[in-house]
Design a protein around this ligand. Structure first.
Ligand code: HEM
Length: 118
């Protein structure tokens, strides 16, 4: 079970990589647009994160930090809202407000920071 948990964590990290990588491509040298690949990464990170939020496959002395997990879930929902609002504006031909675009990248980095440091 512990190995399976590590595999789900690996999938969670791939989701993070797709989300942050697709955002970084747009942010540095790109058109600063929100893309559907960001949604794919968010979905993968979110589904795998929820699977990891249940206390299965932990070592015998393992404990879950639910305050940390809850905070990450709230931030993930905010990222999803920013991508949704921004992409709706893009479809109407309007520019994505910088606060929405940069918010996606910064909050994704914040979630990874919370995961690693808290
Ligand atoms: C954009 C959203 C997210 C990012 C960038 C992200 C990032 C990460 C990273 C980098 C790790 C590895 C940390 C380590 O092993 O030390 C991790 C682990 C983990 N994540 Fe996420 N995560 C996100 C969303 C979520 C969500 C929504 C949940 C649950 C509701 C979640 C639950 C977990 C759990 C349970 C772990 C296992 C290790 C730990 O407790 O920190 N994550 N996440």
């Amino acid at each position: 079970m512990e190995t399976l948990r590590h595999i789900v964590l690996f999938i969670h990290l791939l989701g993070f990589a797709v989300l942050f990588g697709s955002w970084a491509v747009q942010a540095f040298g790109g058109k600063k647009q929100l893309t559907s690949l960001m949604n794919v990464g968010l979905l993968i990170a979110g589904v795998a994160g929820l699977a990891l939020a249940a206390p299965w496959g932990l070592p015998a002395d393992g404990r879950m930090n639910y305050a940390k997990i809850g905070t990450k879930l709230v931030i993930l929902l905010i990222i999803g809202a920013l991508i949704g609002i921004g992409m709706a504006r893009q479809k109407r031909g309007a520019a994505v407000p910088p606060v929405l675009f940069w918010g996606v990248g910064v909050l994704t980095a914040v979630n990874a920071g919370i995961a690693a440091i808290w």
